[in-house]
Design a protein around this ligand. Structure first.
Ligand SMILES: [Mg+2]
Length: 121
């Protein structure tokens, strides 16, 4: 069973998305800030990271830069505000493999997740 870590400052989104992903068979965990995410990842491995770019204080770019610094290979899909193409491009430059617009459509999100998980890293 593949595991997914959701990182988003919106607790409600974390809970809803976590439940939705569990229903289709994934193991999920979530963190609502960047520091918790880094701490979590220093301890446990996951197959995929779903990362919100916009978070107060330390944002998704901070998490991406930390992963680069730690040379931590992790398939990352970023969650961005609708049509924030500039952020998505910047995230891709920092190693994100795909992005999903918020508010997300669960079926589209699932297609993206499956596609990314199937890719060789
Ligand atoms: Mg946010």
């Amino acid at each position: 069973m593949e595991s997914i870590l959701i990182v988003d400052d919106d607790l409600n989104l974390c809970q809803v998305l976590s439940d939705e992903l569990r229903e289709v068979g994934y193991t999920t965990e979530f963190c609502t800030n960047a520091d918790d995410a880094i701490t979590f990842l220093s301890d446990k491995k996951v197959d995929l990271l779903l990362l919100d770019l916009k978070m107060p204080e330390k944002d998704g770019f901070y998490v991406l830069s930390k992963l680069i610094e730690l040379a931590y290979p992790l398939k990352t899909v970023v969650l961005t505000a609708y049509a924030d193409v500039k952020s998505a491009i910047e995230a891709a430059r920092m190693g994100a493999v795909d992005f999903i617009s918020k508010p997300y459509d669960f079926d589209e999100l699932l297609i993206t997740i499956r596609k990314v998980l199937q890719k060789d890293s």
